[in-house]
Write a protein that binds this ligand. Structure first.
Ligand SMILES: [Zn+2]
Ligand SMILES: [Zn+2]
Length: 167
């Protein structure tokens, strides 16, 4: 997934990437991810106002763990990408354009950028459904499947002490 900024900007050379990127190793550390299908990368590189514009989409299919009940959740992510790359030597004031990615090397490898983008867009706390009831904090019963006998009107232990004083 490499291109040269100079060739895009000066020669108007375009590039297209359609790849299936294996991200299983990248996501290995994430304990809330059970499995991940290869990331579908569809990116096009074009010259745009003295920069190389990278535009397209990443599609990820993941099986994650519901943050409340710990059951598997299928997550389908479609991440739109629109970024511009420029060579440091060609940019007069790198601070002027916040959206610009300024690179020192002419040759840009999009893979680390793509991987970093995926990590940013991963759901922080996936849910199997918006109204997932989660697990009972006392007995661990999955409350989506059945209810348990545990008391639901638990009070913070500090308030429990206060309540006793007031009785
Ligand atoms: Zn759940
Ligand atoms: Zn319970």
């Amino acid at each position: 997934m490499e291109f040269r900024v100079m060739e895009v900007v000066s020669k108007g050379q375009e590039a297209s990437f359609r790849e299936e990127l294996d991200v299983s190793e990248l996501l290995q550390e994430r304990k809330d991810i059970i499995s991940a299908k290869p990331l579908a990368v569809a990116l096009d590189v074009r010259p745009y106002e003295e920069t190389a514009q990278v535009k397209g989409e990443l599609k990820a299919d993941l099986t994650m763990v519901c943050s409340r009940c710990l059951e598997p959740v299928e997550e389908h992510l479609a991440i739109s990408i629109e970024e511009r790359f420029a060579l440091a030597s060609m940019v007069k004031d790198p601070e002027a354009d916040e959206d610009l990615i300024v690179v020192k090397e002419d040759k840009v490898d999009l893979q680390p950028y793509v991987e970093g983008t995926l990590l940013i867009y991963l759901p922080m706390a996936p849910l199997c459904s918006d109204d997932c009831k989660g697990l009972c904090p006392d007995c661990g019963t999955n409350l989506n499947e059945q209810s348990c006998g545990c008391s639901r009107d638990r009070i913070d232990p500090r308030f429990e002490a206060l309540k006793k004083l007031l009785e």
